[in-house]
Design a binder for this molecule. Structure first.
Ligand SMILES: [Zn+2]
Length: 61
């Protein structure tokens, strides 16, 4: 089973979509992503079950 899954998240500042790899073995996780376009950091909160991303929330902080 593939547990690392790519999903698209959207920068809350400039709207740029970028692909992030999620490790779905963690059922609930949050981490900071630096936007590749405007370089501003934002928080990504994710809920998973192994092999599937259930929900992604983006928080500009
Ligand atoms: Zn951005």
């Amino acid at each position: 089973m593939e547990v690392e899954i790519p999903e698209t998240v959207q920068c809350p500042f400039c709207g740029k979509s970028c692909e992030v790899m999620f490790d779905t073995t963690a059922t609930s996780d949050s981490f900071t992503v630096d936007c590749e376009l405007c370089c501003r950091p934002f928080e990504v909160l994710v809920k998973c079950r192994p092999g599937k991303v259930l929900k992604i929330d983006v928080d500009p902080g």
